[in-house]
Design a protein. Structure first.
Length: 91
């Protein structure tokens, strides 16, 4: 069963970029290994979603797409353009 998505509110704003990366803390600062999607919006704000599984974060990105999507390779730190299907190929 898929975990329900916990998505940022987007009413009245448009996502400009989303970055997917591996992080060492959750959104409250607790240690752990998480995947994170971070969106930047046209109103200058940003929001994030996190999950232990990359597939969960990919579903979040697919729900709030942006014209620019970047994935950070967890081993090299390199950023590359991607789309949700390409990110899911990283599983």
């Amino acid at each position: 069963m898929n975990q329900p998505l916990m998505l940022p509110e987007v009413t009245g704003r448009t996502a400009l970029i989303v970055r997917v990366s591996r992080v060492d803390t959750d959104l409250l600062g607790a240690p752990g290994r998480w995947w994170q999607a971070e969106w930047e919006f046209d109103d200058g704000s940003s929001s994030a979603a996190q999950g232990e599984d990359l597939s969960y974060v990919v579903r979040c990105v697919a729900a709030i797409p942006a014209p620019e999507m970047l994935f950070q390779d967890p081993e090299t730190g390199e950023w590359s353009p991607c789309s949700p299907p390409e990110v899911s190929g990283q599983l």
